[in-house]
Design a protein around this ligand. Structure first.
Ligand SMILES: NC(=O)c1ccc[n+]([C@@H]2O[C@H](COP(=O)([O-])OP(=O)(O)OC[C@H]3O[C@@H](n4cnc5c(N)ncnc54)[C@H](OP(=O)(O)O)[C@@H]3O)[C@@H](O)[C@H]2O)c1
Length: 237
């Protein structure tokens, strides 16, 4: 069991909808310090919160964060970006690379850089924020990058087990944050998603499916492809 008492937590993308919630709830649940990182950190009215500049796409930025946050025991790879209407066949490869820079290479870079620290600080935990779309290719390059990150999380889990670091993957569907503010769909409350994710850390869960959408999509992976993509079903002749 990973203890939250006096944990030192590092959150990426902490200005965002889920990020702010992670900062708040870790402190409510016993963390002694939270490094709240962002490309442009905001001001926080709490001495336990340390704002840190971090762009997950920059090697130098990540190295600077690691040297500043040497006491981290729980890392939350939360930062991500999404483009509505994203595809694999449209646009150019640079657009696809951009999605991978933020949603795959970013968290991989941060996880690799912080991994040794987590080990040196007793093992701790790494939480990678995926998506229900990691298992559902309807969002083009975003889905592909999240799928790749899901795979990387499995590798992180295996490779960091020896140093006692617990690795959790979080999957969620539409959640009410600035990322999808323009989408008129039913959305989860970010507080519920973050609570489930932190419960998962406390209970050493490998994977947290924060909503029914994630549960159903994962279950459908074991079914024929048309279960996930009914538009592909052709009427029989
Ligand atoms: N909301 C949903 O429906 C949903 C569903 C499934 C998965 N997710 C995942 O949940 C995570 C959190 O997203 P959210 O919903 O809270 O969205 P959000 O409010 O847009 O927050 C995302 C944060 O990531 C940060 N970010 C983007 N690129 C970055 C970079 N290069 N370096 C550092 N930070 C960067 C953004 O910072 P700036 O403020 O600097 O732009 C932003 O604060 C993401 O990984 C997202 O893919 C969200």
């Amino acid at each position: 069991m990973t203890s939250l008492q006096n944990a030192v937590v590092f959150v990426t993308g902490s200005n965002g909808g889920l990020g702010r919630e992670f900062v708040k709830q870790f402190l409510e649940r016993g963390a002694s310090k939270v490094y709240a990182s962002a490309r442009t950190p905001r001001e926080w009215d709490d001495s336990r919160i340390v704002p840190v500049v971090l762009d997950v796409t920059s090697e130098e930025s990540v190295a600077a964060a690691v040297s500043l946050a040497g006491d981290t025991s729980i890392l939350v790879n939360n930062a991500g970006s999404y483009r509505d209407g994203d595809t694999i066949t449209g646009g150019d490869l640079d657009g696809i690379r951009e999605m991978f820079e933020t949603n795959f290479f970013g968290p991989v870079r941060v996880g690799r850089a912080f991994g040794p620290l987590l080990g040196a600080n007793g093992g701790g935990a790494l939480l990678n924020v995926h998506s229900a779309l990691s298992w559902w290719g309807v969002a083009g390059a975003y889905s592909a990058a999240k799928a790749a990150m899901w795979s990387a999380t499995n590798s992180f889990r295996l490779e960091l087990a020896g140093q006692g670091t617990h690795v959790e993957g979080l999957h969620l569907g539409y959640t009410d944050t600035p990322m999808i503010a323009d989408l008129d769909v039913e959305k989860n409350d970010p507080a519920d998603v973050v609570r489930a994710a932190i419960d998962g850390i406390e209970n050493d869960e490998f994977e947290v499916l924060a909503d029914e959408v994630s549960v159903n999509i994962k279950a459908a992976l074991a079914l024929p492809i048309v279960a996930l993509y009914p538009d592909l079903a052709r009427p029989s002749v």
